[in-house]
Ligand binder design. Structure first.
Ligand code: G1P
Length: 294
């Protein structure tokens, strides 16, 4: 059974980005020309996925509106002779089906994924965190590669990893690889946000996963962990302990995860995307050079 559906959890409140996120979802924050979540969906569709299930929560209707076809806006652009701007709305007509479900209680990422179970059923699926962009302009093909590995190795889960500095392991799910880290490696364990001196490696979960539906049973058995939340990492850990085959795929060199979860990394992401902008990037670069030299 091939992987065609991606679950995109977008229910988190984004409290680390207040006041920006008081009345708008963090997934709708601009990074260069587009909101974060548009990059995520474009990445997934480029990787061959055709169905997206958003797990939403309070205050997230802007995401649904963004992916709807806005007939009024299209008509307005035509009537006012701004046809060239229709190109900016081309993403609305991508060959993607959208589904929405709600996480009715804020019980953590693992719980958000479990909310998708009635829609996902027994099919394999990807999970892409809605506040993380992979690769500059989201050009990453890592999910396509993860799906290939999932199918060819008959895995129960494939997870993307990124090497992080040792002192940053406290922010991530961290892999305990069974052997050396190669293009594909097996996991012996996965630990959510370990202390620096207890981290089994510096390979951090990078916001993309592919799962068989076996993860749902593990999630149902997972008790609240770090931050008193039901952690996806803890369910993966259980999957490994029950004999599931869980594989890791490192992000290719030159590709990184842009995290829109806190101000420092949001600023970095915006700067990187604005500087890479085909139309205005060069002028911004010159402007910044002058600013920094003054
Ligand atoms: C979540 C996961 C963590 C992962 C991170 C980035 O943490 O729980 O394992 O490494 O996303 O993909 P959060 O950033 O929601 O605290």
């Amino acid at each position: 059974m091939t992987v065609e559906l991606a679950v995109v959890p977008v229910a988190g409140r984004g409290t680390r980005l207040l006041p920006l996120t008081k009345s708008q979802p963090k997934e709708m924050l601009p990074v260069g020309r587009k909101p974060v979540v548009q990059y995520v969906i474009e990445e997934l569709t480029r990787c061959g996925l055709t169905k997206v299930l958003f797990v939403t929560g309070p205050g997230k209707t802007a995401i649904e509106n963004h992916f709807d076809i806005d007939g009024e806006l299209i008509a307005h652009l035509r009537e006012t002779g701004k046809e060239e701007l229709l190109e900016e709305l081309a993403f609305e007509r991508e060959n993607v089906e959208y589904f929405y479900t709600r996480q009715r209680r804020q019980l953590g990422l693992g719980h958000a994924v479990l909310c998708a179970a009635p829609v996902v059923g027994g099919q394999p699926f990807a999970v892409a965190l809605g506040d993380s962009i992979i690769g500059l302009q989201a050009q990453s093909q890592v999910v396509r590669r993860m799906v290939e590995v999932f199918e060819s190795r008959r895995a129960d889960a494939v997870i993307a990893f990124e090497a992080v500095p040792r002192d940053e392991v406290v922010h991530y799910g961290i892999a305990a690889p069974r052997g050396p880290v190669a293009e594909v490696f097996e996991l012996a364990d996965l630990v959510e946000k370990p202390a620096v001196d207890q981290a089994p490696s510096h390979w951090a979960v990078a916001a993309r996963y592919v799962f068989s539906s076996a993860i749902f049973d593990c999630l149902r058995q997972t008790k609240p962990g770090k931050a008193d939340e039901i952690q996806l990492t803890d369910a993966v850990r259980l999957l490994i302990r029950q004999g599931g085959k869980v594989l890791g795929v490192p992000l290719p060199s030159g590709e990184r995860r842009f995290d829109i979860g806190n101000f420092a990394s949001y600023f970095e992401a915006f700067a990187a995307f604005a500087l890479a902008d085909a139309q205005d990037g060069l002028a911004l670069r010159e402007h910044l050079k002058r600013m920094l030299c003054d």
